[in-house]
Design a protein around this ligand. Structure first.
Ligand SMILES: Nc1ncnc2c1ncn2[C@@H]1O[C@H](COP(=O)(O)OP(=O)(O)OP(=O)(O)O)[C@@H](O)[C@H]1O
Ligand SMILES: [Mg+2]
Length: 257
């Protein structure tokens, strides 16, 4: 693409209920090849809703999402093979083994060499010792690894991850971060992800989008955000920016009364 962006979203808005404010309110963003964009904000800020619209599984009330220039809302089938998704909420077939799960997804994604793709992922995510274990018997951390393997088996150009390390212990989180970074660097994968772990976000992100009550508060590199909010760590940026956004919102609401 001429502008180098693999994903461009403009003015996305989604309201679930007429008597509540929009869950996502006029958010725009873009992602380049090999870039990690983190979406950060308080519980209920609209991160998962935003991710679902970027993925084309939730239709926005207004706004556009283009993946490699293709409108995902109108032509999802044309770009579906270029994107993939993993989340802690995603349920994988419980009665199938780890290997069978990957085999099913290799078929679903219509991969040219499914056996090879399954073996590669089993190795990369250290799943071989669990090959015959049924998903229902895996630990949360093991499920997280399998979800990532499932998401990467289709060799997506853009990967969306909703809190991929939320259920992992510190060592497993570090391992997943390392695997993701390798993928981003090696395959020039675009990664859009959410997390409440600010230290992780600092380490992993090229840029960070801060949202509060469905609205964009700030977007930029870690250092740009430090400068903007006069802080030296992301947790402090989070607290300061969210409080500031809430105060601004209350002031505007009172002015409207
Ligand atoms: N399917 C839905 N129907 C109605 N309301 C919804 C739906 N999904 C989300 N919401 C509402 O939209 C708002 C944003 O929710 P969302 O799940 O996007 O937040 P989040 O930033 O991902 O939060 P968390 O950090 O807790 O995961 C919340 O007020 C939530 O109650
Ligand atoms: Mg969420």
């Amino acid at each position: 693409m001429s502008d180098g962006h693999v994903l461009v979203a403009r003015q996305l808005t989604k309201r679930f209920s007429p008597d509540r404010p929009p869950a996502v309110d006029g958010i725009s963003l873009e992602v380049s090849r090999g870039e990690v964009l983190s979406i950060v904000g308080p519980n209920g800020a609209g991160k998962s809703t935003l991710l679902q619209m970027l993925l084309g599984i939730l239709t926005p009330d207004s706004g556009t999402v283009r993946i490699f220039g293709v409108d995902i809302i109108r032509h999802r089938r044309r770009v579906a093979h270029l994107i993939n998704y993993a989340s802690t909420d995603l349920s994988l077939p419980y009665s199938l083994s780890v290997r069978e799960n990957l085999e099913v997804f290799a078929l679903v994604y219509n991969l040219p060499q499914p056996g090879q793709a399954v073996s590669e992922m089993m190795e990369r995510f250290s799943l071989e010792p669990l090959a015959k274990t049924k998903v229902g018997r895996l630990s949360t951390g093991q499920i997280a690894r399998l979800s990532l393997a499932k998401a990467l088996i289709s060799r997506p150009e853009i990967l969306f991850l909703d809190e991929p390390t939320a259920t992992l212990d510190p060592e497993a989180s570090a391992e997943v971060r390392q695997l993701l970074l390798e993928q981003v660097r090696k395959e020039r994968l675009g990664l859009v992800y959410t997390s409440h772990n600010m230290r992780e976000v600092e380490r992993l992100s090229d840029r960070i989008l801060l949202i509060e009550s469905g609205k964009s508060v700030a977007c930029g590199t870690r250092d740009a955000l430090y400068g903007l909010f006069d802080c030296d760590n992301l947790e402090a940026v989070f607290i300061r920016s969210v409080n500031q956004a809430r105060q601004d919102r209350r002031r505007d609401e009172n002015a409207d009364k």
